[in-house]
Design a protein around this ligand. Structure first.
Ligand code: URP
Ligand code: ZN
Ligand code: ZN
Length: 694
């Protein structure tokens, strides 16, 4: 958290310097000072060493949309940075002016989930860093985060391999890294990746048994390590063992076609793994990012966890939002196989539920999982769906389809669109506001979207190298007409102008906002333990619990010894909780169980309540004010809950104090041994407890 603040401070310090004291390559014209007297980019206030007019761009008259706000304004860009966002900016002749009247000017998209040039399932994805990124730029995405796959589990070798793969990059990109094995070397290398290589997230595949899959013990180690490094843990959540079983079942049933893919890994397996990962992350107390949420089952788990205050991010992907699984039953293998991805595209209904979750904030950002194989590669699984390389396209289509599906239908606003396609990703991966915003000082990654312009998606005109497209023939409204990446116009008039090698690697610092508050909640957890307990002896009490705990000796003399019994101090009932300082501070609610026998002894209390767990103290009032009142404090909340549930049906949630209260009226009555025994018997029957085994 502290580190993140330092990074933020450095960012703003740098931006302030840039604006106030421009470096030699950034002239006064790039500052507000020039605008006061002359116009941005005018010859007289421009650095003569900066040559190309393409580095100075004015976007005029558009609606500038950020996640937090939209306004009519001009945007002035110089040398790759947004310099000003305000109405009526004046510029000189050398500035390229783009008219955005009636259009939206928004931050370029950031795709949090891609696989370019990835070796997978015996082949390699058809889009490399150049073709995949060119496609992205044509669709308004100006940055993506790809997954480095370690080489034989080795992170450093994996990183070097991806450094090579990305040499022909033509737009900005960052890396997540998968963890596929565990040892001290991996643990140390994670630190190197975070501290030296700009990686702040690690992904754990709970599926792909026999290749990328990790088991729960590795996941636990990984979660702990992520937490200590301030790195975000990500999961591909499907139960890989059960998927393996499901695949065998399909083959035994003679189902070998693409439909077998969906049938072998139903939503329940996604729900199970999502729930498991979420619970383990809660156990470790570290944030979790669930990639490609494809089903209601998984989404429900995320919703539940978020509602309970857990830091869980859910990422749906475009294919899961708008496609359904009927394609997998298409009689044409080429068509059916192109829809094979994991987790599978689900039956009708799941996609709309995911859209709803996205629009209400249960899910936070949209990715693609762009992992493209052409029809020849897909044909590797002609006779066996298990061999069809998993993955679909989406990098070029994500912005268009999200706009059309979510904004075009009225489900979300333009500002929401910016948030789910760009800003939220920048925040989660700690590169905001350098990315994900149209603000002075942010990188000039900008799109101009015309809401009145339409498009049709087809593999004939798309920019991916694949010969197929899972969105083939789909038409939509709201077209990205201009993409500016790093201050250069790279997409305009349906033409791409990209240069291999011009893309920059974006380092992402650890300890994003998701880590805020973790230290505090860890401290709270530690103070809630009330442990270790100092015990003088571990000799078990006859009811199976501790007989001689220090608490019991000091506070409750309940072993039947007369002398000890006399040590009971009268207690006040005025306010049990406020005045009795011996009560643990966590005790914050008193539960009354009425009408218990007023002459019950502490020993009997132990016998009844000790059945549910170790007792910290039992006290029975013995003066005129307190007679008839007693309390039981359990060592463990769960034991207390069990006791209360059992005895009275109350749900004590996080409390563990039970107060037994005998009605005072009874105290004045003459003690009737027989009646009392009957009462005890009734209560014992009612509460399912017995003192017979004393
Ligand atoms: O089918 C998919 N999703 N392929 C890419 C690898 C992954 O699981 O993300
Ligand atoms: Zn995955
Ligand atoms: Zn993926």
């Amino acid at each position: 958290m502290a580190l993140r603040r330092i990074y933020d401070a450095i960012f703003f310090f740098f931006i302030s310097l840039l604006l106030l004291f421009p470096s030699p390559s950034v002239s006064d014209s790039a500052t507000q000072f020039c605008s006061a007297e002359r116009g941005y980019g005018e010859e007289s206030c421009r650095d003569p060493s900066s040559s190309s007019s393409s580095t100075r761009i004015l976007i005029k008259g558009g609606t500038v949309v950020n996640a937090h706000h939209q306004q009519l304004a001009d945007v002035y860009v110089e040398d790759g940075i947004i310099v000003a966002v305000q109405p009526n900016i004046k510029v000189g002749d050398e500035v390229t002016v783009l008219d955005a009247t009636g259009k939206f000017v928004m931050p370029g998209g950031i795709d949090p989930h891609t696989h370019l040039a990835m070796e997978f399932m015996g082949t390699e994805t058809i889009d490399d860093f150049f073709s995949g990124q060119a496609a992205a730029l044509a669709g308004g995405t100006t940055m993506h985060i790809d997954f480095v796959i370690p080489v034989n589990g080795n992170l450093v070798a994996g990183f070097e391999s991806y450094e090579n793969k990305s040499r022909n990059a033509c737009m900005d990109y960052g890396f997540h890294m998968a963890i596929t094995k565990w040892d001290d070397g991996v643990s140390k290398d994670m630190e190197i990746m975070v501290k030296e290589k700009g990686i702040n997230s690690f992904k754990f595949f709970l599926a792909y048994k026999g290749s990328l899959m990790v088991t729960d013990d590795l996941l636990l180690e990984g979660l702990k390590r992520c937490k200590s490094l301030g790195a975000l843990a990500m999961v591909h959540a499907e139960n890989g063992d059960a998927v393996f079983e499901g695949q065998k079942r399909m083959i035994e049933l003679g189902i070998t076609g693409p439909e077998g893919h969906a049938l072998s890994r139903p939503p329940v397996l996604e729900g199970e793994a999502t729930s498991r990962a979420i619970r383990l992350a809660r156990f470790v107390n570290t944030p979790l990012y669930v990639v490609h949420v494809m089903s209601v089952d998984a989404m429900d788990e995320i919703a539940k966890a978020r509602k309970a205050g857990q830091k869980v991010i859910g990422e749906p992907v475009v294919s899961g939002l708008i496609l359904d699984d009927h394609w997998l039953w298409d009689p044409d293998f080429t068509i059916a196989s192109k829809y094979v991805m994991s987790p599978p595209i689900r039956p009708v209904g799941h996609g709309k539920a995911l859209q709803d979750a996205l629009s209400t904030g249960i899910l936070q950002l949209v990715g693609t999982d762009h992992c493209t194989f052409n029809s020849t590669q897909k044909a590797l699984g002609l006779d066996d769906f298990r061999k069809i390389p998993n993955g679909v396209n989406g990098l070029e289509e994500r912005m268009h389809l999200t706009w059309d599906t979510m904004v075009g239908s009225g489900q979300i606003s333009a500002t929401d669109f910016v948030r789910i396609t760009s800003t939220e990703c920048a925040k989660i991966f700690n590169i905001y506001p350098r990315k994900g915003a149209i603000l002075p000082g942010s990188d000039a990654d900008i799109i101009i979207l015309n809401p009145n312009s339409s498009y049709e998606i087809t593999s004939k005109s798309h920019h991916s190298r694949s010969d197929t497209n899972v969105y083939e023939g789909r038409r939509g409204q709201g077209k990205v007409e201009v993409t500016i990446a790093g201050g250069r116009i790279v997409w305009e008039n349906d033409e791409l102008k990209v240069v291999p090698g011009s893309g920059k690697y974006v380092e992402m610092p650890p300890f994003s906002y998701l880590f805020d508050g973790i230290e505090k909640s860890d401290a709270n957890y530690l103070s809630s333990l009330r442990a270790p307990v100092k015990r003088v002896s571990t000799e078990p009490h006859r009811n199976g619990k501790y007989k001689n705990s220090t608490f019991r000796q000091k506070i409750y003399p309940g072993s039947g010894d007369k002398e000890e019994k006399q040590e009971i101090k009268p207690m006040t009932t005025v306010s049990l909780r406020k005045q009795n300082t011996r009560l643990p501070p966590e005790v914050n609610r008193v539960l009354y169980v009425r009408n218990l026998p007023f002459n019950i002894t502490s020993e009997e209390m132990y016998d009844i309540f000790g059945k549910y767990g170790a007792i910290r103290q039992i006290r029975i009032g013995c003066n005129k004010d307190t007679k008839g009142t007693a309390f039981v404090v359990y060592e463990d909340i769960y034991d207390a809950k069990q006791a209360v549930d059992h005895l009275s049906g109350f749900n004590v949630a996080n409390r563990y104090l039970i107060v037994l209260y005998y009605q005072h009226a009874k105290m004045s009555k003459k003690f009737d041994q027989k009646k009392n025994e009957e009462e005890v018997a009734k209560l014992q029957e009612k509460y399912g407890v017995s003192t017979k085994d004393k």
